[in-house]
Structures are given as C-alpha cells and as structure tokens.
Ligand binder design. Structure first.
Ligand SMILES: [Zn+2]
Ligand SMILES: [Zn+2]
Length: 182
C-alpha cells in the first residue's frame, strides 16, 4: 500500500503529540520540545507560548484516543469529534510546488489551530486510505507508544524493533522454562 506523502505529515505529527504524554524523560512537554516536534513536521511559524504548549499537550491526549480505538467504528467516531471541533474552512492548496492537497484551516489561524486541524484532518484522510486500520499502540506490555503502520502488509504490532525483540526473547525464555519443567 502506498500512502500519499502529502497527507502523512498530519498523521505522523499526531503520533508524536500523542506520545508526548507518556514519555517521562525530564523536560518532556516543555515548550522547546513541542516546538522541535512542530519544526520536524515543517509546521510554519512554530513558536509557542507556555499556554499554547499546554493546549497542544492536552490535544495530544485527545489524539491518543484515535490510536487506541478498538475498531473502525470507534476510530471514526473519535476522529469525527476532532474534525467537528477543530477543522474549519478546508481548502485545496499547491503551496511550495506540492501536489494538490487539503489544508483544514485558514493559513492565518494560530499555530495551535493549524496543528489541531492538520492532525485531525490528516488522521481522517489516513483512516480512509488505511480502511480504518494501521494506527495502533505498541503490543509490548510495558510500552504505550503509539505508531502509524505504513508497512507493506499492515501487520505491525510494535512501536520499534527494540520492543519487538524484547517480546520475542521473552516468549522464547517462557517456552524454554516451560519445556525444562516438563
Ligand atoms: Zn500543505
Ligand atoms: Zn514499544
């Protein structure tokens, strides 16, 4: 499955904001860190006040529910709530020589409004393309990192190779222990 690159920014940004709340590294969620996330996803005018950074942290919690949704219907309902609340005046644009793609809020909206619209709209389009799947939470029990699955077969279960390996080793040890007990 090939995903339209222009639509992926909002989805990947959504995952990063959803993951802000679970990382307990010192300084997480500080203004600078959230600004760095916005820059990484090429959000224009990414400078934040403390209040705006707080709003985006709260928005990250809302976005997490999209990844945690247990099926298509629930996922659509959660995204619909975000769309109703935070997208206004969607329009097509070809800025910076890109192919035509949708923006979900006027360009002069403030940074919080633009991020909220881009993430809600990006998740909506991705969910259409991915037929309600391909958003998830890491299967490792001690990890709650969310991810976007753009793999060929769409069966990704872990946020990263490290978590996948950890579980594979764990399963192997459990099997070994079971067989020596016999
Ligand atoms: Zn754009
Ligand atoms: Zn993980």
């Amino acid at each position: 499955m090939q995903f339209n690159h222009d639509n992926m920014t909002g989805v990947r940004l959504a995952a990063d904001l959803a993951n802000l709340v679970v990382e307990d590294r010192p300084g997480t969620g500080e203004v600078r860190e959230i600004e760095a996330i916005l820059r990484r996803h090429e959000i224009r005018r990414p400078v934040l006040t403390t209040r705006q950074a707080g709003l985006l942290r709260v928005w990250g919690v809302r976005l997490r529910a999209v990844f945690e949704a247990s099926g298509s219907d629930e996922r659509c309902a959660v995204i619909n709530a975000l769309l109703v609340e935070r997208t206004a005046g969607a329009f097509l644009t070809t800025h910076d020589g890109l192919r035509p793609h949708l923006h979900f809020t006027p360009e002069d909206d403030d940074v919080v409004g633009r991020v909220q619209a881009a993430t809600a709209g990006g998740l909506a389009i991705f969910t259409i393309e991915a037929e309600g799947r391909r958003l998830g939470v890491c299967a490792r029990q001690t990890c709650v990192t969310v991810f976007v699955d753009t793999s060929r077969n769409g069966r990704r279960g872990y946020c990263c190779a490290r978590c996948g390996n950890h579980d594979a080793v764990h399963r192997h040890r459990t099997r070994q222990a079971a067989s020596t007990r016999r």
